[in-house]
Design a protein around this ligand. Sequence first.
Ligand code: ACO
Length: 321
Amino acid sequence: MAAKIIGTGSYLPKQIITNNNLSTFVDTSDEWISTRTGIRERRIAKEETTSYLATNAALNAINDAGIDPLDIDLIIVGTMSGDYYLPSTACEVQNEIKAMNALCFDISAACTGFVCAYNTAEAYINAGLSKTALIIGSDTMSKLIDWKDRATCVLFGDGAGAAILKLNNEASPSYSVMGSDGSKKDMLICKTRSHNNLQQDIEEKPDYIKMNGGEVFKFAVKKVPESIEQLLEKSNVALDEIKYFILHQANSRILQAIAKKLNVEESKFPMNLDKYGNTSAASIPILLDELNKEGKLQHGDKIILSGFGGGLSWGSILLEW
Ligand code: ACO
């Protein structure tokens, strides 16, 4: 008896911004961006908010799973760009989809958000605290980016992906390796207000994302293969039994370097970052949904989901489809 994914969904904003579009207002080029990152275009929200994207991804997943929203007893959203400080994005989604029997909360784990949401929902299910959980990764990174900073603005996009996890009598348990390193918090940071305005001498306003690209690159290429190797050892599963490594879509060079380090052919590392850029917590469930809808996942397939990013944080989960 374990948790099983019974449906997936995703939703992207309508507006497409290509690399060439970007080069009209920042000093960059399609050649620079595509050779260094693999990204060719991204979706950028206009009216769409994080909760709007999350709601539509959730409705797609509910439809795919064929369940009633009232069956959902847990909603977890991985996000770092919710519409409000409060309420949570999960509560906003609950209201929109009328899942009034659910406990709702958000998880802040940057690009690792969806994997953390999966891990938490599964723990609730295994503990008997939930039977049907809706997990979502949704981010509008475009709000957190300085569109004058070419080092970061070319990398990100907006979007949402979702999955329904349900207690299943025949499902095999998944395995996970998760971790964080707060001593590297400045590698990827977006400051917001942290003081009250009674302290008149403190002048503070929300800031944009700052990133040490080289360090983040090195971290990902070290930590992700390490966590995957630990996962395989823990689960007693061989590397060649894994059908797909569904990694956070940060950058094609990161994914290629990880494939090389693990000595696995790149075709087992599906990518869609050319179309969407780095959509943070949304990237894994969007890709999962694409693979599912394309019929590329069969019952019994073993797959690994790996998230990595701000915190620094990372997490890999091995599950059976
Ligand atoms: N267009 C044109 N030139 C640029 C751009 C741009 N968009 N951005 C930077 N440059 C310039 C720099 O100013 C620098 O110029 P200089 O040599 O005259 O000083 C030159 O290009 C090289 O800059 P680097 O930062 O050294 O470029 P690098 O080859 O390391 O690539 C990149 C940068 C793509 C960000 C790389 O470090 C990387 O992939 N890092 C991983 C970070 C990542 O993916 N973050 C996503 C968020 S975190 C996450 O999701 C895990």
